[in-house]
Every structure is written in structure tokens, then in C-alpha cells.
Design a protein around this ligand. Structure first.
Ligand code: NAD
Ligand code: IPM
Ligand code: MN
Length: 375
């Protein structure tokens, strides 16, 4: 583990790059962090640790207690991606994915904000018609510490006759629903004032409870926000039919996972979508927070220097905005990304006619150059 203490900083950031393309994209995000320090705009005390398959190889578990303690001691965690074929045969509790799931659960990061915005230069890169996605600004709030991901009972049981039965359970308490819908209503207030609660209340009792709780919270404390309901299957269809109808979507862990990958393609590529995973505010108003691209470790392109680092860089911008109250600096990073794209520089996932296909590293170079120009 490398520890680089930056001078006089009170912003403690734990960096967990993970597996596959994780270290490649994180290298570019670290350059953005270093830029702020070098230009004396803001300094960050960055500690790097292992997670996922990398932690399993080094320590026999996908997240050590020591790394978890460091996450608790940090102001924010920047996470890359975990997973890969090498570890797919491991028992569930040792798989790389348990590393991120344990971080989310133990830090109680129940609200996962996944914003799907389209940069103008990428309106043509989406698999949808440009007019459907141009100007899109949609926020998915995914519940992140409950539901079928963590519900009991779970497992695979073997019957006397040797046949097996696999079980996972969708469980939500009213309190779990209430705290995440409040996050969605608060966000909607600062946006266009509309929340769509997405579930399968037509077949799942827990979905009915989501509706009841969302309606009660809205009627009690958020009468200025418009609340509507939609079934998750219809939502998947509406996202590709007319995504601009949505402002804020709030939904369960599993539906949020699936719908956010779908929303990612509206923005041009899964490699573009950042996220913030937030806990409840403490007495000082600070939330525990972890920032992570929505995509995974992309084993098919790992080690080739072709992955898109922008989701990871934009996740750092979300950290500036939500953990450090540095909106101007977050804008600086997002503008640098916007200008890099406008200059026609593209990693292979977003390459289009008349643009230059560049490596992960050169995309990082271009963002850095734009930052230097703007600072
Ligand atoms: P994935 O998101 O890793 O990849 C899906 C597709 O998108 C692949 O074709 C990949 O090349 C492409 N892609 C993803 N990120 C990209 C980027 N930044 N630039 C360019 N292209 C990109 O999903 P998968 O293939 O289903 O899963 C691979 C592994 O990642 C699995 O082990 C899975 O469990 C894990 N995973 C981890 C996370 C996480 O760490 N948060 C998220 C999703 C999946
Ligand atoms: C995500 C990922 C994770 C999830 C995996 C890696 C556990 O797909 O963050 O979207 O399913 O939550
Ligand atoms: Mn996912």
C-alpha cells in the first residue's frame, strides 16, 4: 500500500482501483487529483488500497478489515472496478464483487446517485437518435444496501433427492424506503421537481410498500414535488423510447442496477457514467461517501490502454461536488471533459466518424490539457 500525504490537506481520499481496467482508468483520475494539488487549487491526502480480486490475491479476501477501517477514516473513497474470470470460480463470499458490496453495506451507503447526462459532442454517439438524447439530464437514485442483494434467506440448498433450490429474497423495511425516497425528493427540488418511483408493485408486495411510503413522504414533506409511479419493465422501455420524460427516478437495488446500465447507453457509452454512493448525514452534516463508475472491470479490454477513463474522472468530479462542497472545481473537471470531447478526441467505445480514436492515456492527457487551459 502506498501512502502519499499531501501537505496540510484535510481532505482524506482512499483510492481503490481494483481489477481489470480499474487501475488504468484510476491512473487518469489520479492525474486530475494531482493537478489540483500542483496548481495549489486544493490538496488531497490520497491513500491507495487493494480491493476485489487484487485484494484476494494479496490477502485472501476481497476487502480486508484494515482497508475497510481506512475507508471509514477517509472523507471519501474513489473506487475503480472489480471482478474478472480469474476469480469467477470462488465461493460467493470471496468473489471480488463482495469487496464493493461489503463497502456499501458496512458504510451504510444506501443512496446511489447515477446521473445520465449527455455531453453535446456525444449526442451522435448514442445508439438512440440524437434528438432523443440531446440535452438529456436524468438522475437515477438507486437504493444500494437493501433488497434482493442482501435479503435473507439466500443460498442454494440441496434436497434429499440431490436436486437443488436457489433462493434470494427481496426485503425492504419502511425506514429503508423512506430514507432513499427522501434523497430523491431533495434532489428533485434542486432540479425539475419530478420523481418517478419505479417498482413491480403489480407482482411484488414490497413494491406496493415502496409506493405507499413514497406517497406518504411526498404528501407529508414534499408537496411541491410531483410524484408518479411506473413499473420497471415499462421504465426500461420508456428509457429507450423517450428518456427526456424523466427527471429523477428512484428505485430498488436490483432495478436500479439494470436501469442504470440501460441509461448509460443513452449517454454514448457505459464508460461515461459516474456515480456517488452516499450515507446519511452525521451531526456535522457530512455523509460517508464512495464514488464509482457505473461500469465494471471490462475484462474484454483490460490491459490494452483503450478503456474510457471519463466515468472515473467524472466520479471524482462528483466527489468534489458532494463530499467537499467544491462546485466550481467540479464544474472545472466536467468542463475539461466537455472540451476534450468537443475537440474530437474519443476512446474506442465512443469513437465516431471524423473523430480521433485515442488511448486511455491520451484521453487523460487531453483532459489534463483542458484543465491547465482553464485554471
Ligand atoms: P462491464 O461493465 O465490465 O463491461 C460491459 C461492456 O462495457 C464490456 O464490453 C466492456 O468492454 C464495456 N466497458 C465497460 N466499461 C468501459 C469503459 N470504461 N470503457 C470502454 N468500454 C467499457 O460489465 P461485465 O462485462 O458484465 O462485467 C465484467 C466484470 O465486472 C464482472 O466480474 C462483473 O461482476 C464486474 N462488475 C463490476 C462492477 C464494479 O466494480 N462496480 C460493475 C459491473 C460489473
Ligand atoms: C454495479 C455493479 C455491482 C452491482 C456489482 C459489481 C456488485 O454491477 O455497481 O452496478 O451489481 O451493484
Ligand atoms: Mn451494475
Amino acid at each position: 500500500m502506498r501512502v502519499s500525504q499531501t501537505r496540510g490537506s484535510n481532505r482524506k481520499v482512499l483510492v481503490l482501483a481494483g481489477d481489470g481496467i480499474g487501475p488504468e482508468i484510476m491512473r487518469q483520475a489520479l492525474r486530475v487529483i494531482e493537478f489540483f494539488d500542483r496548481r495549489h487549487i486544493a490538496s488531497f491526502a490520497v491513500t491507495e488500497g487493494l480491493v476485489g480480486g487484487a485484494a484476494y490475491d494479496a490477502a485472501g479476501v476481497p476487502l480486508t478489515d484494515d482497508t475497510l477501517a481506512q475507508a471509514f477514516a477517509s472523507d471519501a473513497v474513489l473506487f475503480g472496478a472489480v471482478g474478472g474470470a480469474k476469480w469467477d470460480g470462488l465461493p460467493f463470499d470471496l468473489r471480488p464483487e463482495r469487496g464493493i458490496l461489503r463497502l456499501r453495506k458496512e458504510m451504510d451507503l444506501f443512496a446511489n446517485l447515477r446521473p445520465a447526462g449527455v455531453f453535446d459532442a456525444l449526442a451522435d454517439a448514442s445508439s438512440l437518435k440524437p434528438e432523443l438524447v440531446a440535452g438529456l439530464d436524468l438522475m437515477i437514485v438507486r437504493e444500494l444496501t437493501g433488497g434482493i442483494y442482501f435479503g435473507e434467506p439466500r443460498g442454494v440448498e440441496t434436497h434429499a433427492d440431490g436436486s437443488r433450490r436457489g433462493v434470494n429474497t427481496e426485503v425492504y423495511t419502511e425506514a429503508e424506503i423512506e430514507r432513499v425516497v427522501r434523497v430523491a425528493f431533495d434532489l428533485a427540488r434542486k432540479r425539475r421537481g419530478r420523481v418517478s418511483e419505479v417498482d413491480k408493485a403489480n407482482v411484488m408486495e414490497s413494491g406496493g410498500l415502496w409506493r405507499e411510503v413514497a406517497q406518504r413522504v411526498r404528501d407529508t414533506d414534499y408537496r411541491d414535488v410531483e410524484l408518479s409511479f411506473m413499473y420497471a419493465d415499462n421504465c426500461a422501455m420508456q428509457l429507450v423510447r423517450n428518456p427526456k420524460q424523466f427527471d429523477v427516478i428512484v428505485t430498488s437495488n436490483l432495478f436500479g442496477d439494470i436501469l442504470s446500465d440501460c441509461a448509460a447507453m443513452l449517454t454514448g457509452s457505459l464508460g461515461m457514467l459516474p456515480s456517488a454512493s452516499l450515507g446519511s448525514p452525521d451531526a456535522a452534516g457530512q455523509r460517508k461517501a464512495l464514488y464509482e463508475p457505473v461500469h465494471g472491470s471490462a475484462p474484454d479490454i483490460a490491459g490494452k490502454d483503450v478503456a474510457n477513463p471519463l466515468a472515473c474522472i467524472l466520479s471524482f468530479a462528483m466527489m468534489l461536488r458532494y463530499s467537499f462542497d467544491m462546485a466550481a472545481e467540479a464544474d472545472l473537471v466536467e468542463d475539461a471533459v466537455r472540451h476534450a470531447l468537443a475537440a474530437g478526441v474519443r476512446t474506442s467505445d465512443i469513437v465516431q466518424p471524423n473523430t480521433a480514436r485515442v488511448s486511455t492515456r491520451v484521453m487523460g492527457d487531453t483532459v489534463l490539457r483542458e484543465l491547465e487551459k482553464a485554471a
